[in-house]
Design a protein around this ligand. Structure first.
Ligand code: BGC
Length: 399
């Protein structure tokens, strides 16, 4: 009886401990650093010591990655961390080499936006051999013991694209254009898109004409896929569910050639400038807005904690084929013509003049105070206050 009470108590303690640890990332155990041929241990950084972060990026091709780089640099500076950024330009061998170099330079933690989610597993292994934790950034590193995943809710983004398409083009022929097959995000997006579109296919309302993936997320690939679908159907397409703005751009070029731009629903993702300009003119029907600053900030904040051996709060998790990786997943937002002003413009993600550059002035939405970016609003208030103060001082002097 006593022993069964004890084991119940033991179980309770174990459960309580598990509950307390759930959602927390434990930093990688100390490992052996063989850099320079000398075996040294990477000790967690103390509170006063500077953390050295390595940020390995696949590409800067899309506008969003330039923002990622900028915000990661900004946050690292703010928090006094040293940062090394390397960009592999879509080459796996280069990305692996660059990550190895950063490990040789004794980074305390790696943030990796992988070109190929499978191949990058070797970067995690190399880092862990040196006791260096790895954060998978935006794209998941598969089949590895990666420590943390920081991204947006990618399946939800796919669902948003699919739902939007089914709501606004409920019947007809669809073209699905996925992203790079080496990018796990491309798979997650397709999963989300199909969740929303499959019921319409099952009802017989929607027919999928083509469901391919665009190598390297290339616009030219999307153009070819859309052209083929147009030829196959005699230009009878109602929706192109493109997975990002770049591929949406390729699809729009194909539609322009047969004067169907603005008539066929096209989805995108990233809310990059040329895409929101197309949303404003109606050539692109919707895109997904995923603010980059919170993503970059959370990655740098987590990197510093992991390097210091502190726990990181991670509410979500995602399976990478080997384990459930603790994850921090930020909220995306669907954007179309109706909410451009209250999302990307209001947040100052893009400037009003830039977004509506191709829209005649009399057809642009009114720019209200609340649609000004917050920072410029604050500046206006401060300026107004200064003018009042100056006026008051002058009046007193006159008297
Ligand atoms: C990112 C997208 C980007 C695409 C192409 C994806 O993994 O989530 O934002 O457009 O890669 O670089």
């Amino acid at each position: 009886m006593l022993s069964s009470k004890k084991s119940v108590l033991g179980l309770c303690v174990a459960v309580a401990a598990a509950v307390a640890l759930a959602g927390c990332v434990q930093p990688t155990q100390e490992g052996t650093n063989t850099a320079g041929g000398v075996a040294t241990k990477r000790k967690p950084k103390g509170p006063g010591e500077q953390v050295f972060i390595g940020f390995s990026m696949d590409t800067l091709k899309e506008e969003r990655w330039q923002r990622d780089k900028l915000h990661v640099e900004e946050r690292a500076r703010e928090l006094g961390a040293k940062l090394d950024v390397q960009v592999a330009n879509g080459d796996d061998a280069v990305q692996t080499k660059q990550a190895e170099n950063m490990l040789t330079k004794q980074v305390d933690v790696l943030i990796v936006a992988p070109h190929n989610g499978e191949i990058a597993a070797s970067i995690v292994e190399a880092a862990h051999r040196q006791g260096v934790p790895v954060i998978s950034y935006d794209r998941l590193i598969r089949n590895s013991d990666v420590d943390l995943y920081v991204s947006h809710q990618v399946v939800k983004m796919g669902e948003m694209q699919g739902e939007y398409a089914v709501k606004h083009a409920p019947k007809g022929n669809y073209v699905l254009i996925g992203g790079s097959p080496t990018d796990n995000n491309a798979m997650l997006l397709r999963e989300g898109q199909m969740k929303a579109i499959k019921p319409a296919v099952d009802r017989g309302d929607v027919k999928i004409i083509s469901e391919q993936f665009a190598k390297e997320w290339k616009a030219e690939e999307a153009l070819r896929i859309t052209e083929d679908a147009l030829t196959k159907t005699g230009n009878n397409i109602q929706a192109v569910v493109a997975s990002n703005d770049g591929t949406a751009g390729g699809a729009i070029s194909a539609l322009e050639a047969v004067k169907l731009d603005g008539k066929v629903l096209v989805t995108g993702q990233d809310a990059q400038l040329d895409a929101v300009q197309k949303v404003a003119t109606g050539k692109l029907t919707m895109t997904i807005y995923k603010p980059i600053k919170p993503l970059a900030d959370s990655a740098v904040d987590a990197a510093i904690k992991l390097a210091r051996g502190e726990k990181v709060e991670a509410k979500d998790k995602i399976n990478n084929g080997k384990l459930d990786v603790p994850a921090i997943l930020h909220e995306p937002q669907a954007v179309d013509k109706n909410n451009l002003m209250t999302t990307v413009v209001k947040d100052g993600y893009h400037k009003y003049e830039d977004v509506y550059k191709d829209v005649p002035p009399d057809q642009r939405p009114k720019q209200t105070v609340s649609s000004e970016p917050r920072a410029s609003r604050t500046r206006s208030v401060v300026a107004a206050f200064c003018v009042l103060l100056f006026g008051a001082v002058l009046m007193r002097r006159k008297r």
